[in-house]
Design a protein around this ligand. Structure first.
Ligand SMILES: Cc1cc2nc3c(=O)[nH]c(=O)nc-3n(C[C@H](O)[C@H](O)[C@H](O)COP(=O)(O)O)c2cc1C
Length: 199
């Protein structure tokens, strides 16, 4: 098949775009509002874009609370989501009103970060403490768009020591959770190594 997204001529019940750009890691974004209210929500338009400096970002369909809080406070934390976090992560995605703590609603506890005021989720395998660098509007060829890409430099990295083995992150033990299309998810359960070829 072939289709042009702008024409929505895929002929399928749902646009397959997100099922094709998959798996996508999930950034479980914790922030504080400017009044200090905690907020937590998952974002799968999430990734790392540079490692020197380390830059990560999430893309928000409009200025949702996570983006608003990142803009207002200049900080956000990306909690790394494992398969074991699935239930709580999903619960925290419900559309609670601004100021309601998804930590509370999802039965989660906050833990202080080291370099930013926004807390991380207690018990996560890892968390990236970020200071906002840019908020970039996502525009199409016609100049229109509703998403904003929220970018930040990672200024602190928390890792649960249980996931460090032989001086390396134990990816096989982590079972990262990832988003596919529709309501589908995948967990990383098959890890292998591959050396780069010589030119
Ligand atoms: C796994 C998962 C991934 C999501 N990814 C995104 C995303 O990339 N962008 C987005 O705008 N919403 C995404 N959502 C929906 C938000 O989590 C949801 O709208 C949430 O209520 C936003 O919370 P906030 O307003 O507190 O930031 C996702 C939801 C789930 C369950």
């Amino acid at each position: 098949m072939f289709y042009e997204p702008r024409l929505r001529n895929h002929g399928l019940p749902h646009d397959p775009f997100k099922a094709l750009v998959a798996p996508r890691p999930i950034g479980w974004i914790s922030t504080l509002s400017k009044e200090g209210a905690p907020n937590l929500a998952p974002y799968s338009f999430f990734n790392a874009f540079s490692d020197r400096p380390p830059i990560v970002g999430f893309s928000s369909a409009g200025m949702k609370d996570s983006a608003l809080n990142a803009r207002d406070t200049g900080e956000f934390v990306c909690n790394i989501v494992l398969k074991s976090d699935t239930g709580a992560m999903n619960q925290s995605s419900a559309a609670y009103p601004h100021g309601v703590s998804e930590f509370e609603k999802a039965g989660l506890t906050m833990e202080a970060s080291s370099r930013v005021k926004a807390p991380r989720v207690k018990g996560v395998a890892a968390a990236l403490e970020c200071r906002l660098t840019d908020i970039v509007p996502m525009r199409g060829l016609d100049g229109a768009g509703t998403y904003v890409l929220v970018l930040g430099e990672v200024v602190g990295v928390y890792v649960d020591d249980a996931f460090i083995k032989g001086g390396r992150i134990d990816s096989a033990a982590m079972n990262h959770l990832a988003r596919l299309g529709y309501m589908e998810y995948a967990a990383v359960e098959n890890v292998f190594s591959l050396e780069r070829p010589e030119a």
